[in-house]
Each structure stands twice: as C-alpha cells, then as structure tokens.
Ligand binder design. Structure first.
Ligand code: ZN
Length: 135
C-alpha cells in the first residue's frame, strides 16, 4: 500500500465522522480514510459491517485496489488511546489513524501514526468540487 503525504482533514469530513460515530452508539464505528491532494476527504466503509470494529476493519482491509491513508474508529468510552489491537491494524492501514470518543465534538478525537504515537492533523476548510473526481 502506497504511503501518501497528508496535510490535514477536511472539516466537513471530520463533522461527518463525528455525526456517524454519535449515531452508531453504543456500537463502535470503523472506517478507512482516503485523501485527495493531501487532504483527507473520504470515509470508506461498507454498509452492513458487523458492530465489532475488528471484523469491520479487517474486512475493509481485504478490499482490493484501495489506496488508503489511515483509519478512523470510535471508542464508546472517553479513553481515546489506541488499544493493542488498534496498533496491529494501524501498522497495516496507513499512517493517519483517528480515534474518537464521546461526546464526539471538536476536542474528543486524536490522530496517531502507524506506531500509535500522537500526531498533529490540522482541520482544514475545503471546497468540494464534484466535477474533479479522479478515480
Ligand atoms: Zn480502538
């Protein structure tokens, strides 16, 4: 899997993630992240995935031809540090891994690299241009 340089996440995308995580409660939400022009703008998940994030993420990882920069998942508790299972997945699915927890607002998330170390991920305002799809 090719590694891409990521400069930030689109504000709209982060808000979508928070909204989805909130409505998934008490289940965990898990998905993979894609970036365009260095900004994370796409959340990729399969409808009908099982509530268990491990099986959901592993199934996503099996998708062929998917270029991802990282992952996102929610923790039902407010502890948003990566678990040892999370770290295993981090090493396989890119270098930008977001974990969110209640109350799912601007401050209840963190981004980690593939080794599970906290890293900065700026939130940026992006104009979405649907005429510029490059896949
Ligand atoms: Zn986790």
């Amino acid at each position: 899997m090719r590694k891409k340089k990521v400069e930030g996440i689109a504000r709209d995308t982060l808000e979508f993630i928070m909204e989805t995580c909130r409505s998934s409660m008490p289940n965990e939400f898990a998905a993979l992240l894609r970036a365009e022009k260095g900004i994370i703008t796409e959340v990729v998940y399969l409808p009908g995935t099982e509530p268990s994030r491990m099986s959901a993420l592993i199934r996503l990882y099996m998708l062929p031809n998917m270029e991802v920069v990282g992952s996102v998942h929610s923790h039902p508790s407010s502890n948003i540090g990566p678990s040892s299972q999370d770290l295993l997945l981090f090493t396989r699915t890119g270098d930008y891994h977001i974990i969110v927890g209640p109350p799912f607002d601007d401050h209840s998330w963190a981004c980690y690299n593939a080794s599970g170390e906290k890293r900065d991920l700026p939130v940026v305002d992006v104009e979405f241009d649907s005429s510029e799809e490059d896949f």
